[in-house]
Write a protein that binds this ligand. Structure first.
Ligand code: PEP
Ligand code: MG
Length: 594
């Protein structure tokens, strides 16, 4: 047999999480489940058929339950989608074919079912009729549920079965799947779609795994077990590297390790500029496992706790008690510093199975974050009760995401008032003065920042969203990446306006979007007078070192000049030139921050 020689080739995508990863490609198919091909014996055939039948009836029960919940909470019309899902499970052709093939192919229920499911979905997708095309999503959805019943609650177990150093290659990885990869053998992510501030990119950073997203056709060009190098700093993926390329990247990895080692001394450095202005650096936090990193990098608190991740990868909503315990644990863990708990920010690119959101044309502009909470006041109240109860322990603040203006703030605060009143009546302790803040991430909020500042205790600017909503650029769409410009004058003006409004009203303002962890842009934020920066814990040393090497007065002057420029590209170029002049040791030989 002639052995096929694999030649090196390079794909270019969006740098989403830094670092270099080397591993073997594992293609995660679109249905997300890693289904191992498992042969069975004649004697196991009946067991597998019974397992399959049980999974189908468990799925039916599960969908019925969700349907009843949605009918009660939202109404019968919205619950109709689940009738279509139930019909999929009544499809005798599908069910009988699976049983027949378990018998004839002598394969496990999950491997047979996943193959047949893929075939069905493929057939549906090819049909021109829009209605039938839509139905393929129902079949996929139901199929996923059946597979989950066959294979266990989450896919964690499957990742654990993988051996070696794995690089996940997928069309897309949802944020909820990304969190299940925590602490597994996964060395990096490569996806066809997704942008730099998509939540999957944010999770990759939290997991500390390099990621390159938005490669467009990586899943078609990469095969299982190809050797892969991911350069998350540059957005480059090298497939089947030659010995020479491999050696080059191994030496780059060593340089990075050396550089990271050199940052260790920032841990005990005071957090201040060269001329002594204090800078508060806090951490963004998504999951429990991040607390050691928060401590290691000496974050002065948690500036953004994205609570929605606590709601993911489970079938039901977390109870008040569960949430209270989780929030309390974090508050006590971070004390004496504070934790800013952000209320639920679902929708956009984050979904959970216990709240079925209607399919929207543009989810980022739809029922998301505070809007969803105001539509679902019971879910919101449960979370508010848990946060308030946790506020009796440690130093807890809370903020609302995606507030569009004072009207929404008042609506949210009036629910909060009601919840506080009930707790008082029941004698349940909470901090009466718990600070309540507003995320400024919609242009209308920035434009009304002076009004909002009168009715809240602090601001946190969510630049990831502020950029997407200001520039009308989907943050998760790789095709729009070139238009996603953090330094765009419109974005900088809105940030300047927000900071001034906050300071005029004597409240503090932080930035918790990815912009805070970009050293070049962080200097502008510093110059604009920002009070604190919140970022993934591992970004803290670089920002601390960068800001410690600049004078506040110089940062102010740079911000003034940057705000006079006309395009994001001009701002970036100006800042790099000026910083190279002012702080030559800031950039290394590659033009990267060091
Ligand atoms: C933001 O929008 O900048 C932000 C911090 O929130 P998220 O990334 O979770 O939308
Ligand atoms: Mg946001």
């Amino acid at each position: 047999m002639v052995k096929k020689i694999k030649t090196e080739f390079v794909l270019k995508g969006i740098p989403a999480a830094p670092g270099i990863a080397i591993g073997s490609a594992f293609l995660m198919d679109q249905q997300d489940f890693i289904v191992p091909e498992r042969a069975i014996t004649e004697g196991e055939v009946l067991v597998e058929i019974a397992r399959f039948e049980e999974a189908v009836s468990d799925t039916r029960r599960e969908i019925q339950g969700i349907k009843e919940k949605i009918t009660a909470q939202v109404g019968a019309i919205d619950a109709q989608i689940f009738d279509a899902h139930l019909l999929v499970l009544e499809d005798c052709m599908l069910i009988d074919e699976v049983k027949k093939r378990i018998k004839s192919d002598k394969c496990s229920a999950e491997s047979v079912f996943s193959k047949i499911l893929k075939h069905y979905v493929g057939v549906f997708k090819k049909i021109e009729d829009a209605y039938i095309k839509e139905r393929s999503a129902d079949v996929e959805d139901v199929g996923r549920r059946v597979l989950k019943h066959l294979m266990g609650e989450t896919r964690i177990h499957d990742f654990e079965q993988l051996s070696g150093e794995i690089v996940i290659v997928a069309h897309d990885i949802s944020p909820s799947d990304a969190v299940t990869m925590y602490n597994k053998r996964i060395r990096g992510f490569v996806t066809d779609i997704g942008g730099r501030t998509a939540h999957t990119a944010i999770i990759a950073k939290s997991l500390g795994v390099p990621a390159v997203l938005g490669l467009k056709d990586a899943t078609l060009r990469i095969s299982n077990q190809d050797n892969i190098i991911i350069d998350g700093r540059k957005g480059v993926v090298i497939i089947n590297p030659t010995e020479a390329t491999l050696a080059l990247y191994i030496s780059e990895q060593a340089k990075i390790a050396l550089y990271e080692g050199s940052l260790a001394n920032t841990q005990d450095m005071p957090s201040e500029t060269k001329d002594g202005r204090r800078i508060v650096l806090t951490a963004n936090f998504e999951m429990d496992g991040e607390m050691p990193a928060v401590k290691k990098y000496r974050a002065e608190g948690i500036g953004l706790y994205r609570t929605e991740f606590f709601y993911m990868n489970r079938l039901d909503l977390p109870t008040e008690e569960e949430q209270y315990r989780a929030y309390r644990k974090i508050a006590e863990g971070i004390a004496p510093h504070s934790v800013v708990i952000r209320t639920l920010d679902l929708g956009g690119d984050k979904f959970i199975s216990s709240i079925q959101l209607p399919r929207e044309m543009v989810p980022f502009l739809g029922s998301r974050a505070i809007r969803l909470c105001l539509e679902e006041p019971e879910i919101f109240r449960t979370q508010l009760r848990a946060i308030l109860r946790a506020s009796a322990h440690g130093n807890v603040a809370m903020m609302y995401p995606m507030i569009a203006g004072p009207g929404e703030l008042r609506a949210a605060n009036s629910i909060l008032l009601g919840v506080k009143q009930r707790l008082r009546e029941k004698g349940i302790p909470f901090n009466e003065n718990m600070p309540v803040g507003v995320m400024i991430e919609v242009p209308s909020a920035a434009m009304t920042a002076d009004l909002l500042a009168k009715e809240c205790n602090f601001f946190s600017i969510g630049t990831n969203d502020l950029i997407q909503y200001t520039l009308a650029v989907d943050r998760a769409n790789e095709k729009m990446a070139q238009f996603y410009e953090p330094g765009h004058p419109a974005v900088l003006r809105l940030i300047r306006r927000t900071i001034s409004a906050a300071h005029d009203a004597n409240i503090k303002v932080s930035v918790c979007g990815e912009m805070a962890s970009d050293p070049t842009l962080a200097v502008i934020l510093l110059g604009l007078g920002l009070d604190s920066f919140s970022m993934s814990p591992s970004s803290i040393p670089v920002i601390k070192r960068a800001l410690s090497r600049i004078r506040f007065s110089d940062a102010q002057e740079l911000a003034r000049q940057a705000l006079r420029l006309s395009t994001g590209a001009e701002v970036e170029e100006f800042m790099v030139t000026e910083l190279t002049r002012l702080v030559p040791e800031l950039y290394n030989y590659n033009g990267e921050i060091q």
